[in-house]
Design a protein around this ligand. Structure first.
Ligand SMILES: Nc1ncnc2c1ncn2[C@@H]1O[C@H](COP(=O)(O)OP(=O)(O)OP(=O)(O)O)[C@@H](O)[C@H]1O
Ligand SMILES: [Mg+2]
Length: 222
């Protein structure tokens, strides 16, 4: 997997050089073709990264890099990761977090999971519609919720969204790029922390995704 990144990076660099005209002037048709190639290599890089992350998450010898952190920081960092994409799609992200909730977990992976949920809200929601992210105490856990105001998903898909490689028929028809690994990664990260995931949709008025992660033991008073 790792070996795939190098040739992809090289393809990407040459593509950028060519389309910037740095290796000589090219006809417009060639530039369009090269931009298609660079966009595809970027997509492949994202897929390779997702597959590599998944291989580690599914490895029985893999350990979580545990540390104690504030749930609010996870939210803030995940928002930062999608800020540019959200800005491009003119989708403002607002957050509402209960203070003082600590969790013990793999910081990078928890941020990745929440970033995947936010990335979906940006990607699958319509341009210009707001996204909300919440973190609240629920029993002995923190419940992270991401809500968008897009088309939602068909009720029949609810039980399959978190499956490996699942993408809705509509998504495939609309040719929205994606691998169907994002939500599977969210579920695997949540489950490896002893947490859960859930999804709700109000077709036509939006989708809501939850990830619950147990609170740090000291905080639960155990
Ligand atoms: N916010 C959302 N609104 C509507 N449908 C969604 C939303 N998030 C996910 N889905 C549906 O669930 C499917 C699986 O999501 P997932 O994140 O696993 O894959 P993806 O976004 O298509 O690709 P990737 O995340 O790998 O780039 C999506 O293809 C889409 O059909
Ligand atoms: Mg996704």
């Amino acid at each position: 997997m790792h070996e795939l990144r190098r040739p992809l990076t090289i393809l990407n660099s040459y593509g950028q050089l060519l389309s910037a005209g740095m290796l000589g002037a090219l006809p417009e048709t060639a530039i369009v073709a090269i931009e298609g190639i660079t966009a595809s290599t970027e997509m492949m890089v994202r897929m390779v990264n997702a597959l590599a992350e998944l291989a580690r998450l599914e490895d029985p010898d893999d350990h979580l890099a545990l540390e104690v952190m504030d749930a609010e920081d996870v939210v803030a960092e995940a928002i930062e990761h999608v800020a540019m994409e959200a800005k491009l799609r003119e989708s403002p992200i607002s957050s509402e977090c209960e203070h003082g909730m600590t969790i013990k977990g793999d910081r990078r992976r928890l941020i990745l999971a929440l970033t995947n949920l936010l990335g979906n809200a940006v990607k699958h929601g319509p341009t210009g519609s707001p996204i909300e992210v919440m973190a609240a105490r629920e029993g002995g856990s923190v419940r992270f919720t991401v809500r968008d105001h897009g088309a939602g998903f068909p009720v029949a898909d609810t039980g399959h969204l978190f499956d490996k490689y699942f993408r809705s028929v509509a998504e495939r028809q609309r040719k929205v790029p994606g691998s169907g690994l994002g939500l599977y990664i969210v579920r695997t990260v949540a489950e490896r922390h002893g947490g859960t995931v859930a999804a709700r949709s109000v077709p036509g008025s939006g989708a809501e995704f939850d990830m619950t992660i147990p609170l740090h033991r000291e905080e639960r008073g155990a």
